[in-house]
Write a protein that binds this ligand. Sequence first.
Ligand code: C5P
Length: 401
Amino acid sequence: MLDGKRIILGISGGIAAYKAAILVRLLVKAGAEVRVVMTPFAKNFITPLTLSTLSKNSVLSEFYKADSGDWNSHVDLGLWADAFVIAPATANTMAKAAHAVADNLLITTYLSARCPVFFAPAMDLDMFRHPAVCHNIELLKSRGNHIIDAETGELASGLDGKGRMAEPETIVQTLSEFFNPKQTLNAKVLLTAGPTYEAIDPVRFIGNRSSGKMGYAIAEALAECGAHVTIVSGPVSVSVKNQKIKVIRVESAQEMFEASAKIFPNCDIAVFTAAVADYSPQFPANQKIKKSEQSLNLVLKKNPDIAAELGKLKSDTQISVGFALETENEIENAKSKISSKNFDFIVLNSLNDAGAGFGTDTNKVKIIDKHNTILDIELKSKQELAQDIVDVLCEHFNRQK
Ligand code: C5P
């Protein structure tokens, strides 16, 4: 999330400073290198020892080291950082930042910093809504500083209102979104997901173990980027979180094909994640089959290959993505599916990798495009993987537009 990012955390003297320890931990956990600068008053709320231990860097607070006389260079520090986060930002610190009152190391560092600066204000509700504070916040904003808005809730004074510092998780999330902006995808997407059930009689079916988790995670990630997503879904127990996603429920491959064929002509992108049964009983019984005979023969007929059939109708501007789960000659088989089903990309799952495939919460894949470029993605959660797949799609779709 923040891999390799150099972040200065400026802590000013408010009670919310106690949350700075958690903030440092989360920043370090997200991959950032953190250096802490405190105002002298902030040290009354949290010790430099706690923060230097967690950040693995000495904490700076004074202009120089009293014992050696060494100068703490605010200029070097300001130039080192990729981002400067001031959390908590008190009314006093924001006023000094807005008016260049450079009487402590945090403010001199702020004035020297060339990187983006984020203020996370924290104070009592009456202070927070005072016109002088509001004016200073507006001044800071108008100069390009980012404000991570305070939250509403119980305050240290015991009063209830707006002024609580944003939670450390929210601050890390804001930084992460700043450094990894979400792509936008203004597209209509058809996505098939889950297994199909092929009726043997009214109570029995042939099915498979697909959970639909990968498909649903991709649908969520697509919708997050702004895409209009319709899932044609076989029977699954997962459900959508984003209510903008439309779900059409089907059971059999034939039903999935018919529903998908209606949507396909108007979609920009089709993602075929469903584990469609290749065969179905040719003559499903109308009544429950009795167990009278010693053996039972089922005649199976081939189901439509949804991806291949729709691939034949695909226009030059439409993009389609397929999935392959192979046990041998993985890459060669996946590549041949790209051409036989007219995919632009195929996501290759390997059953040979622990943690990959059906039913698991993680997956390890290769994304292969029709020019045979292979992108290897390490084992990660299906949600994270969905985001990687959607990033590839966004890049391709937005470049093509
Ligand atoms: O041929 P295979 O089943 O390995 O191909 C997998 C890909 O084709 C997946 O994207 C799957 O959703 C799609 N498919 C389909 N209809 C079928 C079989 C597979 O859409 N009947």
